[in-house]
Design a protein around this ligand. Sequence first.
Ligand code: PEP
Ligand code: MN
Length: 339
Amino acid sequence: MIIIMRPDATERQVNSIVDKLKAHGFGVHLSKGVERTVIGAIGDKSSIELESLQMMPGVSEIVPIRKPYKLVSREFKKEDTIVSLSAEVKVGAGQKILIIAGPCSVEGEKQIIEIAELVKAAGANALRGGAFKPRTSPYAFQGLGETGLKYLAAASKKTDLPIVTEVMDTRDVALVAKYADMLQVGARNMQNFNLLKEVGKTKKPILLKRGPGSTIKDLLMSAEYILSEGNNQVVLCERGIKTFEDSTRNTLDLNAVPVIKKWSHLPVVVDPSHGTGEWDLVPAMAKAAIAAGADGLAIEVHQKPEAALSDGAQSLKPDTFAQLIKELRLVAKAVGREL
Ligand code: PEP
Ligand code: MN
């Protein structure tokens, strides 16, 4: 349930409600809006007298949250959440559109620094690159591990771009968090609940990618795991799902953008690279995503896609990426956004 406080409620009144809820075994999550404070209480409602709670000073209303996802729901928080990758780079609530760009995998120091400079010059505001790679085959390139993270840090130092990189294992969360500005939970790990809880304990923003066989509700439930651990800096990512359609690697479900916006306050980004699997389809879907209201994009870019160690077929060359950014600026403007 959520306890909506009166606009004139004092901090003391809020605290005494929080204390009461905690004493009754509730998990408590505060949301301080511009106009009023809302207290989210997750727990067994029958353990508390709702009427006495309602009568406490400062309380305006007690509303049950009917959805299975609570903290991520619009019912809990009406205002869009803003997620900060750095002091300058923020996403959500109509902020400048976030463009996360870079190779699928970090392959070397020179490669990642060079591509970071190229995508930055084109207009990207965050750098992606996997050091721990989830590969279908155990014989495929698995990523450079910590060495890759160090190369990412060097690229970030050179360009000032915040780093987005994947963590696949609970045992690596602290290590990846040491280097990354945003932790990516990949599509295959969307329902790795232990990993979700572990990243939820960090203070890093999380890019949570939708599993290829997961519904939007599943995605929101996974985000709930992260928020329930105290980390509300979560960005949801639509990256294509498996359908009967086999013309493309995945089917990019752009319905997810307005659906998530309706059900949740969290920012949404779209990954048209994994969503299509083919570089020449990426620009059309990137533009469509912005037109549909996405808060950002994650796009794979590689100097030499034909030589990439992973996902070359869906990677844009730097000049195609630069051209796409120019076109995206026009689309963004047409829908009242900035890029
Ligand atoms: C990636 O971002 O390179 C990646 C592996 O993505 P996904 O988890 O969406 O497949
Ligand atoms: Mn990839």
